[in-house]
Design a protein around this ligand. Structure first.
Ligand code: PEP
Length: 265
């Protein structure tokens, strides 16, 4: 368990957190399409102000690492195995991701939870595996539409979050990123309002602050779910929204660049 000094109660005083925009390419991309997309991202004038991460499919990681060269754009993977190494056909270990140049990895994306049945405990183990190999986990949390409509949003987010804290300890969140991604907003064109996003982001920060206010205050909490040029600025202007995890719009260079520009404020 990683420990950090306790720092009293959460003051709610927002510190300056650097904005982060991560592109989740999902199962998209090709050797032909990746190069112009990366070239366009590398031309963004805001890479010194906004942390920018691209998460291509596993098979393209090494090639994208080469395209990124020693730029400020960071490489991330979309998933990781909870085990260290061994007879796990089809899986990819955290050490391998680090070896090919990844510095971030998405864990607990709703498509992994809902299509592939990953539960809170497995997600927590993946989060721990990432940290053990110098990868920053981007921990996705989010409620289904039915859960929101039943008034269970906080209960679901709290349960998903607590599963990780109880496995790793609050100290682990000093090296992590959280992404709030309401499932009903992912790939649907339907976005949470800035107020809805802020409400959940504040809930996440305050829940962690009960255990360590300093770590909670410094934690980047991204919003994900149909972020695009037209809504990014308003979402990112919310006090507890520290950037975005971008799906569909991360595949279109112009759109992704304008989201990065919006993150700069
Ligand atoms: C995602 O997959 O993490 C996501 C937020 O997708 P989209 O932006 O397409 O809704």
């Amino acid at each position: 368990m990683i420990r950090a000094p306790k720092d009293g109660a959460y003051s709610g005083a927002a510190m300056m957190r650097r904005k982060l925009v991560a592109g989740n390419w999902k199962m998209h991309g090709s050797r032909t399409a990746n190069e112009p997309l990366i070239d366009a991202i590398l031309a963004s004038p805001y890479l010194d102000q906004v942390t920018c991460v691209v998460c291509p499919p596993f098979v393209y990681l090494a090639e994208v690492a080469r395209l990124l060269r020693d730029s400020a754009v960071r490489l991330g993977a979309q998933d990781v195995c909870a085990e260290g190494h061994g007879a796990y056909t089809g899986e990819v270990a955290a050490a391998m991701l680090h070896d090919v140049g990844c510095r971030y990895v998405i864990v607990g994306h709703s498509e992994r939870r809902n299509i592939y049945g990953e539960d809170d405990v497995l997600v927590a183990r993946k989060f721990a595996a990432a940290l053990a190999h110098q990868l920053t986990p981007i921990l996705c949390l989010g409620e289904l539409l039915a859960e929101r409509e039943a008034g269970q949003c906080q209960e679901v987010i709290g349960r998903q979050l607590d599963a990780v804290v109880s496995l790793t300890g609050i100290g682990a969140f000093a090296g992590a990123v959280v992404a709030y991604e309401p499932v009903w907003a992912i790939g649907t064109g339907r976005t949470a309002s800035p107020e809805q996003a802020q409400e959940v982001h504040q809930f996440i920060r305050e829940r962690l602050a009960r255990q360590d206010a300093k770590i909670a205050d410094a934690l980047p909490i991204l919003y994900g779910g149909s972020v695009k040029t037209g809504n990014a600025r308003e979402l990112f202007a919310q006090r507890d929204v520290d950037g975005g995890l971008i799906g569909g719009a991360s595949l279109k260079a112009e759109e992704f660049l304008s989201i990065v520009a919006a993150a700069r404020g």
